[in-house]
Structure formats: structure tokens, C-alpha cells
Design a binder for this molecule. Structure first.
Ligand SMILES: [Zn+2]
Length: 299
């Protein structure tokens, strides 16, 4: 009913080797005025301090896959990140009746994805935030990955409104790069300004539609008979995130130099191409579909 946002959490270091978010959180902790807005409270959290200390994505499990309601309620899940997810759920949620209205989670990628705004909800307030940031930062890409909030396993899904991921690349793991840092900071400022305007009833002029992409599936790296990686991303595809991949286009190249092509029958678009963090699951890229995103998908 009440669509006012009273409480916002900004989280960084959900993946411990993505230092941009960690250092932005630290910076804002000593400059809280930058993230405060009159109509709501803002809190700051480094989501996975143990992994951050180790400069690793995670210790036992990927933290950003541990937040489904079922897993949060499963007492048998006791790995490092599974416990950390339960702690964050206590702190920000609980997921089935959250204290925090909106979570903005800061990520980086080794893929050439620029400023990507990832959201799982079709709530017009969430979609509007993506539209507003893209208006201010036209090079940003809208990345829609629809899922039910209680089933979703991202940290952002613990908030009442199934928040928002800001994913910026390319940057290596464990590295800071001022351009990435500054861009991420700018996107967060726009996000907070947007919520302030919506909360206080100021008009926000947004288009009814904007172009974007919808996640369809992850594509595995080719493996040999022992399960080892036997091919890598093809040089023609490297850094070509959000570009069209047509049937017959090169996807991978084997260790011996043989090209493996895309054998689908429709044009797709790549994202997270050669993402370093996905090698543990032997994933080479994600496939996306181009789509027109409606501000109000239920209209
Ligand atoms: Zn991440």
C-alpha cells in the first residue's frame, strides 16, 4: 500500500574481491552526508568482511546466491557465507517481513559491461530508478532478470522492494580504478536522489519505455572428457558485451585453436563475457535477449 521508502541500505563487498563497493562504503561511512537524504534513512554495510579481508569472492559459497527464503530458513546450511546471509537477514530483513525497504548492492565485473543496472522486479519504483539513472548516464545498460522476491537468492531481495544491483566493468578482481569508482558513486547518488524525489512527491519525468536486455541463460565453457576447461572465449567475442551474436558467430576457441560457433537459430546478446568469477562453474558468458522495458509492466 504505502509506497514510501523509509529505509535504504547500501551494501558493498558482497563479493570480497570487488573493492569498488568496499571503498565507497568506507568513504561514505566517514562522509555520511553524501548518502543521507531528508526523507529516508541510509545505512551502509560491507556485506562479506571475511571474504573481503581475504580478497576473495567468497570463503565457502557465493554470498550473493544464499538469500532465498528457503535457504535462509534452512538450519543445516552452516557454511561461512550461509551464516553471513542469515546474519544479514537478521540485520536487514527478515526477508518475509523486512525492516529495510530498498537495498542497493554494489558490484564489479571483469567483463566489458560498462555501467549495468541489474534489477529483478517489475515494480515501477524499481524500474523507474533504472530509467532515471539511464537518463542521467545514457551509456548505462538496463539488465532485467525477473524473479520472485522470496525465491530470489540475491542480497538485494531481502529488502521489501527487491532492490537493485549496480554492476560496473571491466575491472580486475582485487583492483581499484578511479573511473569505475566515480561512475559507481555517481549512479548511487542518482538512485538516492530518485528515491528522495519519489518520496516527497516531486515529479520525475521518465519515458514510458527504454531499451534493455533480459537474461536468458548461462553458457558453459566447453570441457574435455575429464571435465577440465578445453576452450576459451573467442577473440572476436572478447569485450563484446551487449553486442549481437548471430547464428554461426564464433563463441569459443579450443586450446588447439579451433573455433566453436553459436549453434542457436536466433540472434542473442552476450553479457558477463569471460567473467573471471564464473570460471569456478565453468561458465563462459550469459545470453541475453534485447527487449523494450516498460516503466509500468502491469499497465
Ligand atoms: Zn559481484
Amino acid at each position: 500500500m504505502d509506497n514510501l521508502i523509509k529505509s535504504v541500505a547500501i551494501t558493498g563487498g558482497t563479493h570480497g574481491n570487488e573493492l569498488t563497493g568496499v571503498h565507497l562504503i568506507k568513504h561514505w561511512q566517514s562522509n555520511i552526508d553524501k548518502v543521507e537524504r531528508p526523507s529516508f534513512s541510509t545505512e551502509l554495510h560491507i556485506a562479506n568482511p571475511k571474504a573481503n579481508k581475504a580478497v576473495r569472492r567468497y570463503i565457502d559459497q557465493d554470498l550473493n546466491r544464499q538469500f532465498s527464503l528457503e535457504d535462509l530458513n534452512n538450519a543445516e546450511l552452516t557454511g561461512c557465507e550461509q551464516q553471513q546471509a542469515k546474519l544479514l537477514n537478521t540485520l536487514l530483513g527478515p526477508k518475509d517481513d523486512p525492516r529495510v525497504d530498498f537495498i542497493i548492492d554494489l558490484h564489479t565485473t571483469t567483463a566489458n559491461m560498462g555501467m549495468s543496472l541489474i534489477f529483478n522486479s517489475s515494480d515501477p519504483l524499481v524500474v523507474g530508478m533504472a530509467f532515471y539513472i539511464k537518463q542521467k548516464m545514457p551509456h548505462a545498460t538496463l539488465f532485467f532478470e525477473p524473479s520472485e522476491r522470496l525465491e530470489n537468492n540475491f542480497l538485494t531481495s531481502v529488502g521489501r522492494l527487491s532492490g537493485f544491483l549496480i554492476e560496473v566493468g571491466p575491472i580486475a578482481q582485487g583492483l581499484l580504478n578511479y573511473q569505475v569508482y566515480a561512475e559507481t558513486q555517481e549512479a548511487v547518488m542518482h538512485a538516492l536522489d530518485y528515491l528522495e524525489m519519489k518520496n516527497t512527491g516531486q515529479p520525475v519525468a521518465l519515458p514510458a519505455q527504454m531499451p534493455g536486455y533480459q537474461f536468458t541463460k548461462k553458457v558453459s565453457l566447453p570441457v574435455d572428457e575429464n571435465g577440465g576447461i578445453s576452450a576459451m572465449v573467442h577473440p572476436n567475442l572478447q569485450n563484446q558485451d551487449y553486442q549481437a551474436i548471430h547464428p554461426g558467430d564464433p563463441l569459443f576457441i579450443t586450446l588447439a585453436g579451433e573455433t566453436i560457433v553459436y549453434d542457436g537459430d536466433s540472434t542473442v546478446y552476450g553479457a558477463f563475457i569471460n567473467e573471471a568469477a564464473y570460471y569456478d562453474q565453468k561458465v563462459g558468458l550469459s545470453f541475453m535477449e534485447e527487449m523494450t522495458i516498460d516503466l509500468d509492466m502491469n499497465a
